[in-house]
Unconditional design. Sequence first.
Length: 563
Amino acid sequence: MKVLVVDDQEINRTLLSFILEDEGYQYHMASDGEQAIQLYIDEQPDLILMDIMMPGIDGYEAARKIKEQAGNRHIPIIFLTAKTDLESLSRCLDDGEDFLTKPFNEVILKAKIRAHRRVAVLYKQLNDKNDALTFHNSRIQQEQLMAQRVFSNVMEKNPNHCTNLSHYLSSASVFSGDLFLYNRSPSGGLYLLLGDFTGHGLPAAIGAIPTSQIFFQMSARGEAVSDIAREINRELWSILPSHMFCAAAVVEVNKTGSQLTLWQGGLPDILLASSHSVDDSSIDDVSIKVLEPLHLPLGMVGDGDFEDDVKVIAVEPTDIMYAYTDGITEAVSSQGNMYGIDGLVSAVKDNASNGLRGIIEHWKGFCAVDQEYDDVSLVELNFGHVDWADEPIAAETAEHKITPCTMNWAFTGEQLSDIRCVDSIVAMVEPFFSEAVRKDLLRLVLNEMYSNSLEHGILRLKSELKNSVEGLEHYEQLRAERLFELSDSDWIKIEAHLCTSMGQAYLDLELSDSGKGFDVAEVTTRPENDSLSHGRGLGLIRYLCESVEFYNSGASVRARFSL
């Protein structure tokens, strides 16, 4: 422990030096306030023994200036004073932490120093934990921003606007567990999917990527609604934990808007509103047909138990369909009453001329507060001829004209701590992407591969440390310490090979590191009901890539990514 003694009397400084030396403390001496401030800046002591009455700057002012220099650092100051009046002693506690009147008792002085040393240690431990939490929170925010960009691009893959559609979407957090997708069929009709994953936030939104990929691929080929629902169910059943599923409706409307094909599992009742003139007047009578779900949500049962039968309904050009998630009907008023399907039916009938906007205004007027505690989605589909604002280019016409080539990167030493280095790889192959969303998915794959190689291979960190808050703090502490110790003998090498196969463009990736590898099964295999977040990164790589192969005891990995 390092102590700064500030006193204008040499005899007092000498006496205090004997006491501190006997206790094994390091010490520095200052004879006035100005010197004390400079010594604090130069030596950064752990505790200060401060006289009050000194020439020039007195002890009170010196203490205040030292505290300003310290900022968030805790520096205990014990005033040594001959004053005994209450005002002076009160100022000691205002400008410092403690006081001791002269002539002071050596035993009490030593006890006070030890006590404040313990407090200083606790402050340091608290600051260290706060720094670790701040670092972890910053990393979470960065990861969320990256994930949010991926999910935003997934959502933005919907084609040019279809004038038959209107929608209201609101998320209870950064990520929405609700999913709204639509696409143009090869014949000019419309495919639509509205889904509600279990819960909300990032865990609920995880299923958005596989669901959207399957939906867009199959709808672009004009495949049957039943087949689309079955394929999404098969994928979600294989990748989601048992407690997660997706209540959904998958819809197809033909080009003329006269026929509705519907698969509905777990999503609330869909409303089909029909308007009829009354006595040839301008007043319409609105009748509501309730379409109840026939099936379980997607991802709840395996392929053998999945039911894919659909409803095929003839509709009129004036009919309107309303599909929604339970955030609408489960909203409550200030009296605790639930909006329910009756409230929605009433809103549809009362707002026949105002449509979606009038329904949402009615719903918001009912809700107790503006804050929404669940994801909320309401989709309005007007039948009649399906009208697209612009005709998108069919996916089948896209061609990949690339010259096969191989690129290599090597990162060593302190370069390894900057995960942004993978951006250079993405930038090199960006011109070959057929869809914008693929660029972010490639970045996600590379980040996962790179982080896995760095943390488990080179830094030798164990995932099980993250099973608890304390373990997570220890994990982050070890990560920071080992990153600091990296040298040029630590490296990660990445080889990317552009190639084509069967008219498709691929990027073959090979990543190797200088570590001793890791137990791939230990990191990627977890019980079905395990809710821990770690170990899922490699599963995500396997899902997003055409193929993944680990070798060299986990120190090397090959993956094929479709462009």
